[in-house]
Design a protein around this ligand. Structure first.
Ligand code: FAD
Ligand code: SIN
Length: 531
C-alpha cells in the first residue's frame, strides 16, 4: 500500500506536533506514531521548560549556565540562537493553549533546577509535559491539513538505496523520499512517500535497564539515520537523572523532579547524612552529571542500592500544591513525602547527542530534518542543562518548519520507489530470541557503559554487543517483521554507537566519565583513587 504526503512526520511528542502545526500551513501533513498519540517522553516531563521571561534573568545568564553545564562542548552559536528565541516560543505555546502556573501577580511562577543561576523554569505543577502535549494534540486534531496515524511504526527511511543505488557514508547527495512503515494493527508495511520527512522520534533510554523514559524511547530515529548512512554525533553523552524513585520492579522508573531540589529538598545517604558538600559547592542543585556521579559514588561506598531525598523540612502546603503527582505516587507505595524520606537512584534519562543537524534542523541527508531529543543541534554539549530539551524542541521545530516550507516548493515525490519486499520471510515463533537479547543488551550497557566507564568496561561491552548484533541481523534477514524485532535492532545500533563514541573519547567530559582519564580538580576523581 502506498500513501503520499507533503510532510511526513515521524513522532508525536512536542517536536513532531509543534512542527506539524506550522508545516500544515504549507501542505498536507501526516504524522505517524508507534503507540497512542500522547505516548511520548514529552507527556512525562515534570520540571518544566526553561526560558528567559523576566529580569533579573537575562539571555546572557541562561547562555552561560547552558555552556557551563555542557562542559563547554556546546556549539555556542546554537546556544545563542536557542536562548534568544526562547521567549517567542513560550508565547507561542501559550497562544496554542498551554497553561503554565502563575503567581498572585499574574506573572509566570518560575522554578529553579540544577545548574540554573536564576529562576527561569516555566511549569504546570509537576505535569508540564502532559499539559504541553494536551494543548498541542488538541490543536493538531482540529487542523484540516493534519492526519495522525497511531500504531504506525517507521521501519526504515527510503533513500536511493531502495532504487538499487549504492549509498556510502559521507556521500553528499543522499536523499530521503519517505519511510517504510509497519501498520501494527494490520501488519501491512506501507510505502509512505513524502517531499519532506521530519524525524521527531525522541530518545533512547531503553538501551539501559533502568530509565525514566517510556517504552517508546528505543533510539529508532537515530538507528534509521545511521543505517541510511547519515551522521550521528555525541551519543556518548547519556544523561542519568540523579533522582528516580527507587522502586525496583517498576518500569519505567518514576521521576522525582529536580524542581523538588529547587524547592529545597536535600540529598542524604542511606544513614541520613548530607553528602553533596563533598562534591560541589552548589550542593543538591549542582548540574546533573555531578550529582548523579556523587550518588553513584556514595552508593558504592556504602553498598546501598539507593540514597534518600529529604523533603520533611519543607512547607507542606507548598509541597502538595507544586508536586501533587509525586506526592500521590509516593503515597501509593507507602511513602508520605511530608514525613518519610524518598528513596532515589539515578536512571538513564536523556540522550544528549543524536542525529547531527544544522541551525535549520537539516540532517546531512537531503529532504530529511530532525528535531527534539533524537537530534543533536549542539545545544547541550557534554551535558544538558535541566529543562532545556523541551525548549530545544520548540525552537528547532520552528526553524525546521521555516526552512522546509521554502524548500518544499522545488520538490516532488519519487514515484519509482518499490514497495517493501517480504518474500521468503518466515514468522519468528520464538519471542525469547528477542526478549532475552534485549535484556542482555540492557545489562551490558548498564554495567559497562553507565555513569562511570573505563577502557576495559567499554571494550567488554563492544565485544558482547557485536555478537548480539550478528545474531539479531541474522534473525532480521529471515523474519517477518515485528515491532519487537525492529526495536531490538534499533536499540542494538544505538547501543553500539554510544559505546563506540565513548571508546573514542579519550577524556572525561560532562556526562562521559572515564576512570582512565580522570580530571584534575575533581573531588570525585580523588575519592575514586582513595578507594
Ligand atoms: P518524544 O516526546 O519522546 O516523542 C517521540 C515520539 O516518536 C513518540 O510519539 C513515539 O511514539 C514516536 N516514535 C519513536 N520511534 C518511532 C517509530 N519508529 N515510528 C513511529 N513513531 C515513533 N525535558 C525538559 O525540558 N523538561 C522537563 O521537565 C523534562 N522532564 C522529563 C521527565 C521525564 C520522565 C522524561 C522521560 C523526560 C523529561 N524531559 C524533560 C525530556 C523531554 O521530555 C524530552 O526530551 C522531550 O519531550 C522529547 O520530545 P520529542 O518530541 O523529541 O520526543
Ligand atoms: C526534572 O523534572 O527533573 C526533569 C527535567 C529535565 O529532564 O529537564
Amino acid at each position: 500500500m502506498r500513501e503520499k504526503t507533503d510532510f511526513l512526520i515521524i513522532g508525536s511528542g512536542i517536536a513532531g506536533l509543534s512542527f506539524a502545526l506550522k508545516a500544515a500551513e504549507y501542505g498536507k501533513v501526516i504524522i505517524i506514531t508507534k503507540s497512542d498519540a500522547q505516548e511520548s517522553s514529552t507527556s512525562y516531563a515534570q520540571g518544566g521548560i526553561a526560558a528567559v521571561m523576566y529580569t533579573p534573568d537575562t539571555y546572557e545568564k541562561h547562555i552561560r549556565d547552558t555552556i557551563i553545564a555542557g562542559d563547554e562542548l556546546n556549539n555556542q552559536e546554537i546556544v545563542k540562537i536557542t536562548i534568544t528565541e526562547s521567549t517567542e516560543r513560550i508565547k507561542e505555546l501559550v497562544n496554542w493553549g498551554a497553561n503554565f502556573d502563575r503567581n498572585d501577580s499574574g506573572l509566570f511562577d518560575l522554578g529553579k533546577e540544577g545548574g540554573h543561576s536564576e529562576y527561569r523554569v516555566l511549569h504546570h505543577k509537576d505535569q508540564t509535559g502532559f499539559e504541553i502535549e494536551r494543548a498541542l494534540l488538541e490543536k493538531v486534531n482540529k487542523h484540516p491539513n493534519i492526519s495522525i496515524l497511531e500504531h504506525h511504526f517507521a521501519i526504515e527511511l527510503i533513500t536511493q538505496h531502495h532504487l538499487g543505488e549504492i549509498v556510502k557514508r559521507g556521500q553528499q547527495d543522499i536523499q530521503c523520499f519517505g519511510a517504510y512503515v509497519l501498520d501494527k494493527r494490520t501488519n501491512m508495511i506501507k510505502t509512505m512517500l513524502a517531499k519532506v520527512t521530519l524525524l521527531a522520534t525522541g530518545g533512547a533510554g531503553n538501551v539501559y535497564s533502568n530509565t525514566t523514559n517510556p517504552p517508546i524511547a528505543t533510539g529508532d530515529g537515530i538507528a534509521m539515520v545511521f543505517r541510511a548512512k547519515g551522521v550521528i554525533e555525541n551519543l556518548e553523552f547519556i544523561q542519568f537523572h540523579p533522582t528516580s524513585l527507587y522502586n525496583p520492579r517498576e518500569k519505567p522508573s518514576f521521576l522525582i523532579t529536580e524542581a523538588l531540589r529547587g524547592f529545597g529538598a536535600i540529598l542524604k545517604t542511606i544513614d541520613g547524612e548530607e553528602f553533596m558538600h563533598k562534591y560541589d559547592a552548589r550542593l543538591s542543585l549542582a548540574p546533573r552529571d555531578i550529582v548523579a556521579r556523587a550518588i553513584d559514588t556514595e552508593m558504592k561506598l556504602s553498598g546501598s542500592d539507593h540514597v534518600y531525598l529529604d523533603c520533611r523540612h519543607l512547607d507542606k502546603d507548598g509541597l502538595l500544591k507544586h508536586f501533587p503527582t509525586i506526592f500521590a505516587k509516593c503515597l501509593s507505595i507507602g511513602i508520605d513525602i511530608t514525613r518519610d524520606m524518598i528513596p532515589v537512584v539515578p536512571s538513564a534519562h536523556y540522550t544528549c547527542g543524536g542525529i547531527k543537524v544544522n541551525e535549520w534542523s537539516q540532517t546531512n541527508i537531503q529532504r530529511l530534518y530532525a528535531c527534539g531529543e533524537c537530534a543533536s543541534t549542539g545545544l547541550h554539549g557534554a551535558n544538558r542543562l535541566a529543562s532545556n530539551s523541551l525548549l530545544e524542541a520548540v525552537v528547532f521545530s520552528h526553524r525546521a518548519a521555516l526552512h522546509a516550507s521554502e524548500s518544499i516548493k522545488d520538490l516532488d515525490h519519487c514515484e519509482d520507489i518499490p514497495n517493501w519486499n517480504a518474500e521468503g520471510m518466515v514468522l519468528n515463533e520464538e519471542m525469547i530470541l528477542i526478549t532475552q537479547t534485549r535484556k542482555e543488551l540492557q545489562e551490558i550497557m548498564s554495567h559497562y557503559v553507565g555513569i562511570v566507564r573505563s577502557n576495559l568496561r567499554l571494550k567488554r561491552a563492544l565485544d558482547r554487543l557485536k555478537l548480539l548484533h550478528m545474531e539479531t541481523e541474522d534473525l532480521y534477514k529471515r523474519s517477518i517483521l515485528s515491532l519487537e524485532l525492529c526495536e531490538l535492532r534499533n536499540l542494538l545500533n544505538t547501543a553500539f554507537l554510544i559505546t563506540n563514541m565513548a571508546s573514542e573519547r579519550k577524556e572525561s567530559r560532562g556526562l562521559h566519565y572515564s576512570l582512565d582519564y580522570p580530571r584534575a580538580n575533581s573531588n570525585i576523581d580523588e575519592r575514586r583513587f582513595d578507594d
